[in-house]
Design a protein around this ligand. Structure first.
Ligand code: UDP
Length: 218
């Protein structure tokens, strides 16, 4: 059965994840092709030696089985595309770099992208289409929702709950919670680059600084 894999998004995120996807297939000794899907493509071209095409062209490809990693940082776009793939019967693909460290009982839902040097320790649950960029870690007993995004170098300590669509900026550090009282990052919250988060963050707000404080909207 012919298989075809794709990285959805041929911009920064997608071009960084393509080599991770190649490592994934090499590990599995799967010789199948990986293409880029990008809706900005008007014709089939080549990006970093991989065929690149729009979604309609991808659907027209003859492969019997297709799997797609959505490599777009914007979580709302990831959700929209995930729904479209599901409606079209195309599976979400998860990829991880060769040097990712996964400890015990890390349950990670479909569509995850774990970049080089990511560590996920023990007893962790992670939802759909999670992005953990370079050098991020997730420590014990964390619960992470769907469509959560970690920029590079996020330090997510133990007993933290991160709700759907939250975005954690590069180098941010989140203080550990306790089993009785996890530190919670609310749905859709944004944690700024380099922030030091010492207490729970409500849904939808942006926090920055050390200690992280809510940026008031004017
Ligand atoms: N894109 C797409 N379909 C969509 C939305 C976005 O193919 O419905 C593509 C878009 O053309 C662009 C990429 O996804 O090439 C997003 O790139 P961007 O530079 O905005 O972000 P990043 O690569 O950092 O996620």
């Amino acid at each position: 059965m012919t298989k075809l894999y794709a990285i959805y998004g041929a911009s920064g995120c997608g071009r960084s994840l393509m080599p991770v996807a190649r490592q994934q297939l090499a590990r599995e000794q799967d010789p199948s092709e990986i293409v880029f899907i990008d809706d900005a493509q008007t014709a089939i071209t080549t990006v970093n030696a991989h065929r690149a095409m729009n979604y309609a062209s991808f659907l027209a490809e003859p492969a019997a089985q297709k799997q797609v990693l959505i490599a777009i940082a914007n979580s709302q776009v990831r959700e929209k595309i995930a729904n479209r793939l599901e409606a079209d019967g195309i599976q979400l693909w998860s990829v991880m770099a060769d040097n990712v460290v996964l400890m015990d009982d890390a349950q990670i839902a479909a569509g995850a992208a774990l970049s080089p040097f990511v560590t996920i320790t023990s007893n962790i649950k992670i939802g759909k289409c999670f992005h953990a960029n370079l050098y991020s870690y997730v420590e014990h007993d964390c619960v992470i929702g769907d469509f959560v995004t970690f920029a590079p170098g996020v330090k997510c300590n133990g007993n933290i709950h991160i709700q759907d669509h939250a975005y954690i900026g590069a180098g941010a550090m989140i203080k550990q919670g306790t089993p009785e009282q996890p530190l919670v990052i609310g749905r859709g919250a944004i944690v700024g680059m380099g922030a030091v988060v010492t207490k729970s963050v409500p849904a939808g707000v942006t926090v920055v600084g050390n200690p992280a404080r809510i940026v008031e909207s004017r």
